[in-house]
Design a protein around this ligand. Structure first.
Ligand SMILES: *[C@@H]1O[C@H](CO)[C@@H](O)[C@H](O)[C@H]1NC(C)=O
Ligand SMILES: *[C@@H]1O[C@H](CO)[C@@H](O)[C@H](O)[C@H]1NC(C)=O
Length: 544
């Protein structure tokens, strides 16, 4: 199937819509003689395509409520269910009525000497799958819950407590999309002192103060504004979402606080930063904010680079110093008029090329994520903690991300996605402590995966990870082996089928006294699955 960029669609869609409207009008014999009454080609239509993810999210939300299933929320006698189990009974987790359950308590041994990029080898099993309890989530009736044996894991220190008032983030989006993204933004902006400035394209249909208040209630220093007008204002023509994205350069410059704001970060409404600390320490601190800087990342898809050019891709986050924004600002209108590429990041690129001598500084850790489908290979690949992620609720679906990163914020800083390998060591055999899962890769805050030997038996047995090169990323996503990802993620290894790898994915995190990560392996919905098949849950309980 040919690769069709979403951006290509975005640019073609208005034209198609316009043409269809023309045909429709012609067909209804409405006279086209003088052209009056014709709809103006509204480029805003193009941005509707951006509403896709929000719509998906709604559908996803609906799917989780399976009709006909007993409500898990019916009242039980006090003490019948523990608060921990009540957390699993919530409908949004969508678990089967009865589940198999086991757990492990984790005591992090924090140190700044831990190299979180090195895979840790642990010879004993993580949990004992053979001794899982069965829990009826309707009645809370359960077989014996396994004891919570303590496991010590070496992890980095917490990120230092600090604020980021020198960072000003800007977004151009719609009311509905920002409304559905509060939790994700709160995860990394709440209480940080960083400013969020949002241009709402459909501001005329909404009351922005309400949305702004919701963000402020979540601890985000947010400001919501309607679209600015161009100078001189073009009559009756509203700026497209892409133009607004570029216009942020001017708006953010005007909004910035002299002597306080040092960086302007232009991001998409589906850009997610696990934490601001790595952005500051690994990226921004390397540059002098008094000088002109244009900082960002290329796409991870080489085809996208060929199509859009050598530039900082907007979804990964584009960072400008105030001096560079000042150089560009007087040319905003000219740049929009002359741009050959009508995308916000593309106009910015041409503007930087045309009016400044600043060159792009490409930095690691920012991910445009032009990848689709199953991206578990990326998250399980042992990469340094990502600084930014994109497309996580649209091109691919990883709704658990904002919950997943909490282990970093609450427990051990850069330990999100740190990898630990369990079992699989010769001599560690069944019968001893080692009965249970023998070849397990634990990717903190993302997944627990059991690997089986190539023969493809379902019987737990050692050796499943023996011939797997965990130094390579598993090419799980679409077109992974077409070559366009070699420069960004290669060398890749082949994707493993269900007979070789069984994954428990993080679905939620419960912060009570501890941080409780809920990893779920969903029962297969294939028709062969025997009656009474259950979801399996592994809970990892971290001392905070
Ligand atoms: C779970 O408990 C409820 C309420 O007691 C009961 O109606 C249901 O049959 C049980 N489910 C299973 C699978 O045992
Ligand atoms: C990790 O385990 C493997 C066996 O699977 C062993 O050969 C290797 O030496 C271990 N590495 C470290 C760093 O302990």
């Amino acid at each position: 199937m040919p690769f069709v960029s979403q951006r290509t669609l975005r640019n073609c869609l208005p034209l198609l819509v316009f043409l269809s409207l023309c045909l429709l009008l012609a067909a209804t014999t409405r006279s086209l003689r003088n052209g009056a009454g014709l709809p103006k080609p509204s480029f805003r239509l193009g941005s509707h395509q951006k509403d896709g993810p929000a719509r998906h999210a709604q559908q996803q939300g609906k799917q989780k409520t399976i009709p006909g299933q007993p409500s898990r929320l019916e009242d039980l006698k006090p003490g019948q269910c523990t608060p921990e189990m009540d957390f699993l009974r919530r409908e949004q987790l969508g678990l089967t009525e009865t589940i198999r359950y086991t757990r492990r308590c984790i005591r992090p041994i924090r140190s700044d000497k831990v190299d979180r990029n090195v895979l840790t080898n642990i010879s004993s099993p993580l949990v004992d799958i053979a001794k899982m309890a069965t829990i009826n989530l309707t009645s809370c009736a359960r077989t014996e819950i396994p004891p919570c044996k303590v496991l010590e894991l070496h992890a980095p220190n917490r990120y230092p407590e600090r604020t980021y008032p020198h960072l000003l983030f800007g977004i151009a989006s719609s009311y509905a999309r920002m409304e559905s993204s509060i939790d994700a933004f709160a995860t990394w902006l709440s209480g940080t002192g960083a400013q969020l400035y949002v241009i709402i394209q459909d501001a005329d249909k909404h009351f922005l103060a309400d949305l702004e208040q919701l963000y402020r209630d979540s601890g985000i220093e947010a400001t919501f504004v309607p679209p600015p007008s161009l100078n001189p204002p073009k009559e009756a023509e509203n700026p497209t979402i892409e133009h607004l994205h570029f216009l942020l350069v001017r708006s953010l410059l005007a909004f910035s606080t002299p002597g306080v704001t040092s960086w302007i970060g232009i991001i998409d409404d589906d850009t997610f930063l696990p934490h601001l600390y790595p952005l500051q320490t690994r990226i921004l601190s390397q540059f002098n904010p008094q000088k002109a800087h244009w900082i960002g990342a290329l796409s991870d898809d080489f085809n996208a680079i060929s199509l859009w050019g050598f530039m900082a891709f907007g979804g990964a986050g584009v960072f400008l110093s105030i001096p560079l924004a000042r150089e560009i600002e007087p040319h905003i209108e000219t740049c929009i008029k002359r741009a050959r590429i009508q995308s916000g990041d593309g106009i910015l690129k041409e503007c930087v090329y045309a009016y400044t001598r600043t060159k792009l500084s490409i930095v690691g850790g920012l991910y445009q994520h032009d990848i689709r489908g199953d991206v578990s290979g990326f998250y399980e690949g042992g990469l340094e903690t990502p600084v930014s992620l994109h497309h996580w609720r649209s091109w691919y679906r990883e709704e658990g991300l904002p919950r997943g990163v909490l282990v970093g914020r609450e427990v051990c800083g850069g330990c999100w996605l740190q990898r630990f390998k369990f079992g699989g060591v010769a001599g560690d055999k069944q019968g001893q402590e080692g009965e249970g899962i023998n070849d397990v890769l634990f990717v903190n805050g993302y997944s627990i995966s059991e690997y089986f030997p190539a023969e493809g038996t379902w019987k737990a047995g050692p050796g499943g990870l023996d011939n797997i090169d965990l130094g390579r990323i598993e090419g799980t996503w679409g077109h992974a082996f077409n070559g366009e990802y070699d420069f960004s993620y290669g060398p890749l290894r082949r994707r493993l089928g269900a007979a070789r790898k069984k994954s428990y994915k993080l679905v939620d995190v419960n912060l009570i006294k501890e941080l409780r990560q809920i990893y779920v392996h969903r029962k297969s919905d294939a028709w062969q699955v025997e009656e009474g098949a259950m979801d399996e849950v592994i809970e990892l309980i971290w001392e905070v």
